[in-house]
Design a binder for this molecule. Sequence first.
Ligand code: SAM
Length: 225
Amino acid sequence: NISERLARIAAHVPQGARMADIGSDHAYLPLYLAQKGQIASAVAGELNEGPFRGAERNVRSRGYSDRITVRKGNGLAVIEPGEVDVITVAGMGGGTIREILSAGEEKLAGVQRLVLSPQGDSEGLRRWLGEHGWQILDEEMLVEDEKMYEIVVAERGEMAVDDRNAMEFGPILLAQKHPLIADRVDYELGKIRLALEGLEKAKGDSGEQRRQELLARRQQLEEVK
Ligand code: SAM
């Protein structure tokens, strides 16, 4: 059985897609999609030998070698331009996902949809998308095993990146007033409270600029609630 997180990612892969799952680990996501008959084909890309071998073994033993090709390589190096229409990248930091997309931008030419699940720095990833001709059309946030996960679905289009709250919390999640956003805001507000208390104790004038920054950030966060 597949995790709720991977099942939610899978839900954003259109029927009949030719997909690449980058950093596929055990190839669970492409296997799940192939078993459901949801994809025409998949490339499972893996940088590291251990996961690559594991993915190969899983695909072969379950009899999906005709549909899923397991390839070893860094990021988008495992695909040819025009080979896939959907790319999934999940379970890596937002910075790593951004680097993978940047390094392989010429491979994105025929790609219609990105389904990304960054762990940390989703803000930087959203900004990258907006600055490189991608628009976020759907998002999800979920908690599994006490961890929070975000899913960002993007297609070609225009997206403004100047709204800090939208970039940090997700334009769709924000518009939906997703219930988990309040938890994230409370967490951030808690950090600001501690930092302000720390400045108060230190009492130097040199802390004034930092204090103003924290107050501005607090006000920005209050607007989200
Ligand atoms: N995508 C799966 C998921 O979400 O369950 C696996 C996530 S696992 C935490 C991250 C995987 O990405 C590891 O198997 C790692 O070897 C692989 N990886 C990390 N950097 C990579 C890169 N630049 N290119 C391809 N694979 C990479």
